[in-house]
Design a protein. Structure first.
Length: 261
């Protein structure tokens, strides 16, 4: 698996310049340097299934898949500013809709969905009930995602506003994090007794040893559509289309399902 790193990019640039000035037969690494690359921007919660799919594609197409991951809002800004990359997989489809309106996304394919859940310390010692209003309990330390950085914060604001309690929860929150990983860490470090996060984090085995999911009723949280967008500036659109076919195929659906998506 290949990941974007500043130092490695400088190294590859130097190596490419060096090889261009020499006889190709003298350099056994020439083929690997010339492999085509695909850059995917991926929301933090969906990283693991994308890594699995990327590994499959690297073997099948003899290419390099680079993944830039983090809060979907920050990634969207990177797409808009840098104008490079092939695919964008945010935590909410609204980010793709915005880029489509700007002509920066040319195709969108659905791959699954996510929904919110309350997460508490293992064993639910405070007997938290499946209700968003539990976030207002005075005896609970609460951490939520910010709507300025990622999809988790954006969806949190949406569902809490529907309940009419967003400003109350915002005022009560101990602090806000940029993405789902930060919410997981808040429970792990015991900064929080309760967080509102994507249900998908419950499918990561290492999380289950210290946290517990409280699933919320459908009337409080809906299903958030997940989709991947093909970027207009893609340098390898054929490879990007191949990845989309892989993600929406039988094998891809099995992988996403395994991670609760």
């Amino acid at each position: 698996m290949s990941f974007s790193m500043t130092k490695s990019c400088f190294f590859l640039l130097f190596l490419s310049l060096f090889l261009n000035g020499c006889d190709a037969d003298e350099h056994p690494f020439k083929d690997s340097v010339q492999k085509k690359e695909v850059l995917i921007y991926c929301g933090a919660t969906m990283l693991q299934p994308i890594m699995e799919l990327a590994e499959i594609m690297e073997k099948e197409k003899n290419c390099i898949v680079k993944i830039s991951y983090g809060g979907s809002g920050h990634l969207k800004n990177s797409v808009e500013v840098n104008r490079i990359g092939d695919l964008f997989f945010p935590g909410t489809i609204s980010y793709l809709n915005s880029l489509q309106q700007q002509g920066m996304v040319t195709r969108v394919v659905d791959v699954g969905h996510m929904e919110l859940a309350i997460f508490v310390q293992k064993g639910n010692p405070s007997k938290v009930q499946p209700d968003l209003h539990e976030l207002l309990r005075s005896d609970m330390k609460v951490v939520i995602g910010t709507d300025q950085a990622g999809s988790i914060g954006k969806e949190t604001r949406f569902v809490l506003q529907k309940q009419g309690i967003y400003q109350q929860v915002l005022a009560k929150a101990l602090y806000m994090t940029t993405d789902s990983k930060g919410l997981v860490q808040a429970l792990r470090k015991k900064d929080a007794d309760m967080v509102l996060n994507w249900r998908a984090v419950a499918y990561k085995k290492d999380n289950l040893s210290y946290m517990e999911e409280i699933r919320l009723p459908p009337e409080q949280v809906g299903k958030n559509k997940l989709a991947i967008g093909l970027l207009a500036n893609s340098r390898n659109p054929e490879l990007a289309q191949y990845f989309l076919a892989l993600a929406t195929g039988k094998h891809g659906k099995e992988i996403f399902s395994r991670y609760g998506l």
